[in-house]
Write a protein that binds this ligand. Sequence first.
Ligand SMILES: NC(=O)c1ccc[n+]([C@@H]2O[C@H](COP(=O)([O-])OP(=O)(O)OC[C@H]3O[C@@H](n4cnc5c(N)ncnc54)[C@H](OP(=O)(O)O)[C@@H]3O)[C@@H](O)[C@H]2O)c1
Length: 336
Amino acid sequence: METMSAFRAFRVHQDEGGFSAGIDVLQLSELPDSDVDIEVYYSSVNYKDGLASTPKGKVVTSYPRILGIDLAGKVIASRCREFQPGDEVLCTGYGLGVSHDGGYAEIARVPADWLVKLPEGLSLRDSMALGTAGFTAALSVDRLLLNELRPSDGPVLVRGATGGVGSVAVNILSRLGFEVVAATGKPEAEAALRSWGAADVISREAAAEGIKGALGRTRWAAVVDPVGGAGLGEILKAVKYGGSVALSGLTGGGAFEASVFPFILRGVNLLGIDSVYCPQAKRLELWERLGADWRPDQVLQDGVKEYGLEQLEDALSVVLDGKVLGRQVVALKTSN
Ligand SMILES: NC(=O)c1ccc[n+]([C@@H]2O[C@H](COP(=O)([O-])OP(=O)(O)OC[C@H]3O[C@@H](n4cnc5c(N)ncnc54)[C@H](OP(=O)(O)O)[C@@H]3O)[C@@H](O)[C@H]2O)c1
C-alpha cells in the first residue's frame, strides 16, 4: 500500500489571529505520536463536531486541532501486534477530534486501544453512517434492556428523533418489537420517521408538555433522550412504574428541574449514557450487534447524506442549526 506523505485535513486554529477553520495540507510528521496509521475512508458529523467547529463550543482542548470525533478506514502502518496493514477499523470518542487529531483527515494516527475492528455486516461507510450517534443510540437501548424494558411494557418515547442518536434509536427499537413514539420539532419529517419504524410521531412540545404537580398520567415505558433541557423534568413525571430514561444529550439545554417523586414513588431510573469512555468490551459487543440483529437497515438505506471534505462546513452548519434528518457522513477517500 503506497503511503501519501502530504494529506488534507480540516483543522481549527485559535491564535493571535483569532479563530479559524478550514482545509490544511499537512505532513505525516505533523500527526501525534501513536500506534496505528489509518487511511481514513469515512468520518461523520455529530452535534459535538458542530460545537467543536465554533470558537465558543468548549469541546476542543488545544489548538490547532484536526476535528472529527469518528473515523473508519484501513490500517496503513502499525507499531503494535493487534493491527496489521489492510485491517479495516473504526474509532469513535476518546480524545479523537477533541484533544487528539481526529477523523476529518485523509490520514489519522491513533492509539491501538481506541480501535475497533470493523464488524461483520457493516461497510466502512455504514459504520460512519452510524458513528458516535448510532453507537450512543445502541448504548441507550442496551441500558434500557439491562433495566428490564420489554416490548409488552408499552410505548417508548424517542426525543430529537430526526437527529443522529434519535433516528438510529427509533430504528433499533422498532426492529426489536417496541412501539416507538418519535418526538420531533420537524413535522415535515413524519414520513421519514415512520419509515424508520416510528408507530406514532408527536411534536417536541406534546412530548414535554407541562404537568402540574410532582407526577402526571403515565405515558412512557421508557425514554431515549438526547435532548435534555427543561422538558426532561416534565417527561420524568410521565414515566411508568419502574420505567427508565436513557439520557445522552443536551440539544434542548443542559439543565432541568425535577423532584424526587418519580424516583421514590414510581421507581423510575434516570440512566446516564456516555459513549466517549465506554469500556472496550461493551464497544465490541454493541458494534457487533449494530452489524447484526440491531442493524438499523432503514436509516442506513434512506437516512444518510454524504459530503466531501470541501462541503464539510455546510454539514457542520446543518447540525448546529438543528436541521439534521438522519445522519451525515464525510467521504475522505473518494474526495481525493
Ligand atoms: N453522551 C454521549 O456520549 C453522546 C453521544 C452522542 C451524542 N450526544 C449528545 O446527544 C445530542 C444529540 O446528538 P446528535 O449527534 O444526535 O445530534 P443531531 O444529529 O444534531 O440531532 C439533534 C436533534 O435534536 C433535536 N433538537 C435540536 N435542537 C433542539 C432544541 N432546541 N430543542 C429540542 N430538540 C432539539 C433535533 O431533532 P428534532 O427536530 O427531531 O426534534 C435534532 O435533529 C447532542 O447533545 C450530543 O452532544 C451525547
